[in-house]
Design a protein. Structure first.
Length: 108
């Protein structure tokens, strides 16, 4: 199966979904990204990225139970798929090989 390409933001969201295994949802992903990136992230952008990745087969979703603290709304949880893990592995290999190709440069 062909591994779909992903952009930088999708990669960050997918990494976060994988790290939060079976507990990832919009707000938890937003909080983790803001902590790691040290900047604000729009939750709508996260949902758009999750939708794109779901369409590509990189993540799957399920609804949690109804809770009173959410006004009767259910959380939508995301998990990475095998294809999603392959996409992350490919990104890691690409970035590592490019990084290793940087020659020793003296800026002094």
């Amino acid at each position: 199966m062909n591994v779909p390409s992903i952009g930088e933001f999708e990669e960050l969201v997918l990494l976060t979904v994988a790290a939060q295994h079976d507990e990832a949802y919009g707000v938890s992903i937003k909080s983790a990204l803001e902590e790691h990136l040290d900047k604000k992230v729009n939750v709508s952008a996260i949902h758009v990225a999750l939708k794109r990745m779901k369409d590509k087969g990189l993540v799957e979703s399920r609804f949690g139970g109804i809770t009173n603290d959410r006004g009767g709304r259910r959380k939508k949880f995301y998990v990475i798929t095998m294809l999603g893990k392959k996409a992350l592995d490919r990104q890691f290999e690409l970035r590592t090989s490019l990084y290793q190709a940087i020659p020793k440069i003296n800026f002094g």
